[in-house]
Design a protein around this ligand. Sequence first.
Ligand code: S3P
Length: 454
Amino acid sequence: MAFTHTYAPLTARAAGPLSGRLRLPGDKSISHRAVMLGALAVGETVIEGLLEGDDVLATMEAMRALGARISRSENGVRRVNGFGVGGALEPDRVIDFGNSGTGVRLAMAIAGSHAFATTFTGDASLVKRPMGRVTDPLRRMGAQVLARAGDKLPLTILGPDRMTPIEFRLPVPSAQVKSAVLFAALNVPGTTTVIEPWPTRDHTEKMFAGFGANIDVTLNDAGERVIRLEGRPKLKAQTIVVPGDPSSAAFPIVAGLVVPGSVVTVEGVLLNPTRTGLIATLREMGARLTIENERTVGGETVGDVRVEHSELRGVTVPADRAPTMIDEYPVLAVAAAFADGETIMEGIGELRVKESDRVATTLAGLRANGVDASEEKERLIVRGRRTVTGGGTVVTEFDHRIAMSFVVMGLASEKPVTVDDATAISTSFPAFRDLMTGLGASIAPAPAGATAAA
Ligand code: S3P
């Protein structure tokens, strides 16, 4: 399969302090789940603040292909009329998830719990990512999977007449894998159990309960989370307000900390404790970071995060924190480059199977801009010297978080930083450049958009 697109390089340069307030797009994880649960519920689910990035748009298309009706009103509110648990229709097209790992893995579980065949594919990045972590438990539940080696996309999944409930122990700390088993288990008679040795984001559990599923979470003697879900619930349509995405907030937060003289407030950030590892780490690094106006929105704690430029120092980030900040390591590495001393990020092997191998892409981006850093299989070490030379071009490998992280670097480095391609930013944070320039950032298209095959 040939993948072509036009590269859109961006250059970021230092141009004085950043100041102001900004409101973020909706959380990506909750947005995917809101659309999927709306599709699995009976009645009309109303979603406010849904992230309209490419990844979530792909999830909407997939749910439409399975029979949901989804509309949008002028104020951006989405209405989803669901097909109900077990009521999806056989799709008449291949479902293309573009860049979205979360979307495809959860949708494979939903479709794969029905007795029809669905074929999934994705872009040049997604077809390289491991799907076996999801297809293995789905096979155990009774689905058949026809795939190329390693269960990579494109693949076809055919559900059985009736899936079997399983007890499944997560082999990797992945909320996507946990959630895929739980989404499939909705359409399985009986109780499915998932044991989670490392707590990961818990949006699926909370939202299932909110839609009326019988789901129960306890701790076993070893302190592991044990999630039990009763299959075949009748999910009831809900109104959902999606809070601001902490993984997108990470970029203006780190920018405010590293650009001298800055004061930035990011409003309405989701502060679910399974997502706040970056905030904890930045505080340990000496960040002047305060949380204001803490409140509850749609059952989740949100707050406004205010940061001021700070003298950061290097820290060791323990492995057990990784699931709570898994998407934030690239931008943490940028903060670490401006810090004083060594930052060691432990237990980050999962970063190697994200939209790119993020240990490798982050390291290459740091080195291209004169930062002293090194990698081990499960660790990234950045030796910060308070200033960053910059002047490099970063190869983003169509990874949105790599692109945004190095744009942030360029806002505070001595020489401008160019990212080779910013198109992937629209997967999660289409308004990134506008919001950042609104704070005073200098981010502009760089010349030479070449058409390239990936
Ligand atoms: C997500 C879980 C994480 C994260 C991804 C979104 C989710 O992936 O990296 O961006 O919504 O469940 P893993 O669960 O594979 O770590």
